[in-house]
Design a protein around this ligand. Sequence first.
Ligand code: PLP
Length: 338
Amino acid sequence: MKSTEEWNRLTFSYSRTPLRFVAHYANGRWDEGGLTEKSEVVINESAGVLQYAQTCFEGLKAYTAKDGRIVCFRPDLNARRLADSARALEIPVFPEDKFLEAVKKVVAANREFVPPYGSEASLYLRPTLFATGPVLGVKPAAEYEFRIFCSPVGAYFQNGIHPLTLKVADSDRAAPHGTGHVKAGLNYAMSMRAGVQAHAAGFDENLYLDSATRTFVEETGGANVIFITKDGKFVTPHSTTILPSITRRSLEYVAEHLLGMSVEERPVRLSEAADFAECGLCGTAAVISPVLKINDHGKEIVFPDGETSPVLMKLRETLTGIQRGETEAPEGWIFPVE
Ligand SMILES: *Cc1c(COP(=O)(O)O)cnc(C)c1O
């Protein structure tokens, strides 16, 4: 049995756990699927995932709530988003109810890797859907695999929360009418080079603008953006090429219904960013990471409350309290896995 400190010290990286769920699609239907010890995937060299990146994924956490139950946070939204991603990539949809059953099976089978209540660590689940059938001409493959594996991960902020510095990216992550709203591996492949360059230049992340006009704030490579106005309003960019973050949608609800804040989802110009009091990134891994600065080609936007981000921290505390079962959750948000 690991101590809380040992759990928290785990990094956000892959470690092999004993069992994963795998199902296959062939001849027009998904099989029942089941648990397997095999962490290696053997596929044809001409598989659709290898040649034309026909793949999408999800990310969610299992953890121990205050009452001792092992739970996930809104996995039904992951199931639906994966189905939406599949449709956008001409991949056969994996049924949403079967997705939830598979989540339960994987967590139960790897129960000993779920950190205890009180640790900031969690068991991270990675559902993946990919084309295994061979293709040479460009078309959807005829065979697919659905897989959920899991890996214990530590506290996202190992040394406490430190505010981030973003760089306005020179490249785009999503084209208008493209796949920006889809959780597709290909979006990440496109962001690798810009990410490596941003890190080498001392920045934490790239901030992408809308690719059509390069005037509106979109998101980073893997997290949505939230702003807090000087009079305490919650503002988040609206765009059809932003990935619909479950964390961001949950925070909007928390802000409006539990904290009585006004919430605006609207296009946000980069030129108005300097008027906000706080800025943060949100996603499953970190919940909210405060941003101190955005560097726009040498011109710095510094958020006056970025160092402490009191409003964002209040939102973060409220949402993590709900997730851990310390605060009453809105109906259906907490999903017991056993
Ligand atoms: C997964 C992802 C997010 C965060 O979504 P959550 O559901 O909150 O984890 C944000 N942006 C992109 C591009 C993503 O792929």
